[in-house]
Design a protein around this ligand. Structure first.
Ligand SMILES: [Zn+2]
Length: 426
């Protein structure tokens, strides 16, 4: 931006004479005051709203707000607004959270009591003196007592969509004020220790044409039951085992739909690297070669109390226990972009082992060695290509995929090679 442009911007923002602003700005710049500071000082001199007084923050484009800012004034369209009840200093508060957008980008916000009328999705609002804080490495606006919000008539030319209607595939932890239309695929009632003692919640799985995600309803709604198709407004998304999870609260409205929402049959197929980088996927399909069977596979023992794998008769939580036999496989899958550990339960393990738990016990007894079970599994699967579907979590224990389906790839190797080449060649 040239000095002339800055002058133009200031003069129109502050509604003052251009020549006057130019003289002032030139003066400051000649005294080696950095441009940003000089502009801020002129905004103060000519009294640019936003908190008023001599220390008002500068107006900023959302795309330019950084975690180094402490307070800013932004003019933005409210994209989403979701309520959440929280305890703060021993008191119950209802906060609003969502996203704002202007021409330059989007930013999340948290609003404390008192912004009901201003935070209607679709409205253009000037937020004067909004606090900036860092959340997950990114700036977020904190709208509190010192923030004034003014609804404007202006329309901004924004790219983002207003209203928070979303497909399950596109949800990310941190999304708020989201509306989904889904079919309830699984639903069970659970009793948990809540804020006010024991309370019942619902948890299960939702599906739509783009995918499936787990959900929790903290304030059970009658309309949510297995098989029902519903529209749920004002949900928020949290992370659960590395993947997004839809949260329904006391502020959500649930409406039964007369037409059934169709649900994607297949899980989206992703490269292993892409899936791992995403931080987790509730339902995903991966294709790769099994390169190794990890320790802790084959015939294993579990603690009867907690189900953890017992090693040398010791549970990590319960000490010496009488372990119960089980079958499990931990296979390392590699597609050239990254690896994941695929965990197969007893049923899937039986299939690739070619026998059940009794067969495995007999096999181990005959050989006087349990490891023969894992060895046979390795012989059968290592070096082969598999199509795996399941739930991927990525955390300090690595990238683990709990498989719901595990089948040898039927793709013809020649076809596959051609497809690969087609991807590589321009
Ligand atoms: Zn245990």
């Amino acid at each position: 931006m040239s000095l002339e442009d800055h002058v133009e911007e200031l003069a129109s923002d502050l509604d003052v004479d251009k020549e006057e602003v130019k003289r002032d700005l030139e003066n400051l710049v000649n005294y080696s005051v950095p441009m940003d500071e000089a502009k801020q000082s002129l905004r103060r001199k000519y009294g640019d709203g936003g908190g008023g007084g001599s220390s008002g923050p500068s107006s900023k484009a959302i795309g330019e707000v950084t975690t180094d800012d402490s307070n800013v004034t932004v003019t933005a369209v409210v994209l989403t607004s979701g309520r959440r009840s929280i305890q703060y200093n021993g008191e119950q508060h209802v906060i609003r959270e969502g996203e704002l957008a202007d021409e330059s980008g989007t930013i999340s916000y948290t609003a404390w009591d008192g912004f009901e009328g201003e935070l209607e999705p679709g409205q253009t609002v000037q937020f004067g003196n909004a606090g900036v804080r860092e959340w997950d490495g990114k700036p977020e606006l904190n709208l509190g007592d010192s923030t004034d919000a003014t609804v404007l008539d202006e329309r901004l030319d924004i790219d983002a969509e207003v209203g928070g209607e979303a497909d399950l595939r596109d949800l990310e932890p941190g999304d708020r004020g989201i509306t989904v239309e889904v079919q309830v695929l699984e639903c069970e009632t659970k009793t948990i220790d809540g804020r006010d003692g024991e309370t019942e919640i619902l948890s299960g799985v939702l599906g739509d044409p783009t995918g499936r995600l787990p959900f929790t309803d903290w304030e059970p709604h009658d309309e949510i039951e297995a098989g029902a198709s519903v529209r749920i407004e004002e949900t928020f998304v949290r992370e659960f085992r590395g993947a997004p999870s839809v949260n329904v609260s006391e502020f959500s409205t649930v409406e039964s739909l007369s037409e059934s929402v169709s649900v994607a049959e297949d899980a989206p197929r992703m490269g292993v690297g892409e899936a791992v980088e995403s931080g987790g996927q509730f339902d995903v399909e991966l294709v790769g070669n099994v390169i190794q069977i990890r320790d802790g596979s084959g015939l294993i023992e579990r603690c009867p109390e907690c189900g953890r794998v017992v090693q040398s008769g010791q549970c990590r939580s319960h000490g010496a226990v009488e372990g119960e036999d089980d079958l499990r496989t931990k296979a390392i899958l590699d597609d050239g972009t990254a690896t994941v550990t695929v965990i197969l339960d007893d049923e899937l393990t039986e299939e690739i082992y070619g026998g059940d738990l009794d067969d495995a016990r007999e096999h181990a007894r005959d050989a006087m060695d349990k490891s023969v079970v894992a060895d046979r599994i390795a012989e059968r699967v290592v070096g082969r290509e598999y199509v795996v579907r399941g739930s991927l979590s990525v955390d300090e224990y690595g990238a683990n995929l709990n498989a719901s389906e595990f089948g040898e790839s039927t793709a013809d190797p020649a076809e596959r090679a051609k497809a690969l080449l087609a991807e590589v060649e321009p």
